[in-house]
Structure formats: structure tokens, C-alpha cells
Design a protein around this ligand. Structure first.
Ligand code: PXL
Length: 277
């Protein structure tokens, strides 16, 4: 497809280098028309700032969708990230049912947890709703914490291939077709991505950088979507997204006190070169 048009649904964190302020530039840089549905507007993300504002846009979602339907607008892919409530998840399902082109992929990043814990404001009810949304996805991109919440498997930092295979089987039971599991490390000093596509397991190993940054999950998912929509395989999309995130983390390490996000913008030329190869 020469000039695809996708829809991404997630919040705008005005400051914080995450969600839409990442998805829009990253996917656009991949040469894809990137339409947005902001689910909420926050002054900052919720991962470390105090007293952020939160304007919930849930009730705008059905009328936005109705207008798109009236205009005959349809998308070549739908990618969801951070969603603010279970009601939003219901509206997202309506959007998938109405304005997605027949063969367009649904990519769900169940952005709700990291380092063994749910993000601020999420609870078991939200996790249950996210399990259902994942069940409708062609690709889901959980990290290990999110995968544990989605499968009711207790989180652990120590695991082996058998543990991961069990998680993958349970994720597929939710109904999703393919799984991209991020941040999976089988040995010290390296980490990687598990790609489970059409029941086939593959693994892309890369260097582990100790300065982990906030927002890299959103950079990863956006670059993956860019690759996939540009016609690359899931494995190639997963590995180019991993390499791009590694470059972003290296760039961020050059900055002092840049704690709230990753420096992805100066590294966009790297992504553009990879995506056009
Ligand atoms: O990066 C995920 C994310 C997106 N949006 C908001 C967040 C977070 C993670 O904390 O708080 C508002």
C-alpha cells in the first residue's frame, strides 16, 4: 500500500514524551498518514509527576466515530495505546467494528503496567476489560508485567523459556492472533523481543542498556506499527523497533536529568533509513 492511513487511539500527555506525542511523529516519519483519537488530555504523564491534570474525553469518542462513519472514513490499521477507563475500551471495540477496513490489522499495546505493578489509576476491572480488547487484536505488545496481569500468572523477574511459553499459550487463549513480548531477557547483559506469530516462536536478542527510560514502550509500539503497516514482517518490524529504541536510550543517556522520557526525535533519521530499506 503506497500511502496507508491508520488510526491511533491513546491520550495526549502534553509533557512527557509518551502516547500521542510519540505515536504521531514516529508513525508519520514512517511515511504513514496518522489519524488520532485522543482519549484524554493530561498536563503530563502519570509516571513520576505530581498533581497532573486529567481531562477525560471518553464521551467524545462515540460522536467522533459517528462523524467518521457519516463521512465514509475507514482506516488501514488501528493501534491503541494507553486508555483511561473500561468505558473507553468498549468504545474502542465499536470503533474497530465500524471504521476499520476489512483486512486492516488491529494492534493493541496494553499499556497499563511495568516493573511488576499497574500504573497509577488502573485496577482489576480495567485489566479484565483489557483482556477482552486483546482478544480482538491481530497483534498485542505487552511487556512481561502486562503479560502476567493479562494471564493471571504471578509476576517474577526470574523466568525461563518454559515460563514464557506458558504465558504465550495463555495470551493466545484470550483470542489475540499474534504476540510481541517486549523486554524478555534469558541471560544477563542482553534482553530481547519474543515474536509469536501464527504459532511460531522467534526471538530477537539485543543489548541491555541499564538506563531504562520512561515511554520506551510507546516508542517501541509506534515503530513496530510503522514497520508492519509499511509491509514488513512482524519479526522485521519487531527487530527494527528494538534497534530504534536502543538508539533512543543511548541518546537519552547523553542528557543529564532527562528522567521523564526518551530522546527519540534526533534518532528519527535512523528509523526512517531502516523503514525505507
Ligand atoms: O507510556 C505510557 C503512558 C501513557 N500515557 C500516560 C501514562 C503512561 C505511563 O505512565 O501515564 C498518561
Amino acid at each position: 500500500m503506497a500511502y496507508p492511513k491508520i488510526l491511533t487511539i491513546q491520550d495526549i500527555s502534553c509533557v512527557g514524551q509518551c502516547s500521542l506525542t510519540v505515536a504521531l511523529p514516529v508513525i508519520s516519519a514512517c511515511g504513514i498518514e496518522t489519524c488520532i483519537l485522543p482519549s484524554a488530555v493530561l498536563s503530563t504523564h502519570t509516571g513520576g509527576f505530581e498533581g497532573f491534570t486529567f481531562r477525560d474525553l471518553t464521551e467524545d469518542m462515540p460522536s467522533i466515530n459517528a462523524h467518521w462513519q457519516k463521512e465514509g472514513i475507514a482506516f488501514d490499521g488501528i493501534y491503541t495505546g494507553y486508555l483511561g477507563s473500561t468505558k473507553q475500551i468498549d468504545y474502542v471495540k465499536d470503533i474497530i467494528a465500524t471504521v476499520k477496513k476489512a483486512d486492516a490489522p488491529v494492534i493493541v499495546d496494553p499499556a497499563m503496567a511495568d516493573h511488576g505493578k499497574l500504573y497509577f489509576g488502573f485496577d482489576d476491572e480495567f485489566v479484565s476489560a483489557m483482556k477482552q480488547l486483546c482478544g480482538e487484536a491481530d497483534y498485542i505488545l505487552p511487556n512481561i508485567t502486562e503479560a502476567c496481569f493479562l494471564t493471571d500468572i504471578p509476576y517474577t523477574e526470574e523466568y525461563d523459556r518454559e515460563f514464557i511459553d506458558n504465558i504465550l499459550a495463555k495470551l493466545i487463549e484470550l483470542g489475540c492472533k499474534n504476540v510481541i513480548l517486549t523486554g524478555i531477557s534469558y541471560k544477563e547483559g542482553t534482553t530481547g523481543i519474543v515474536v509469536f506469530e501464527n504459532g511460531e516462536y522467534s526471538y530477537y536478542e539485543h543489548a541491555f542498556l541499564p538506563n531504562s527510560c520512561h515511554g520506551t514502550g510507546d516508542i517501541y509500539a509506534s515503530a513496530f506499527v510503522g514497520g508492519l503497516i509499511r509491509g514488513k514482517s512482524a519479526f522485521d518490524s519487531a527487530s527494527l523497533a528494538a534497534d530504534y529504541v536502543v538508539e533512543c536510550i543511548k541518546a537519552t543517556a547523553e542528557e543529564e536529568n532527562h528522567w521523564y522520557g526518551a530522546k527519540f526525535e534526533p534518532v528519527l533519521p535512523y528509523l526512517i533509513e531502516r523503514i525505507n530499506k
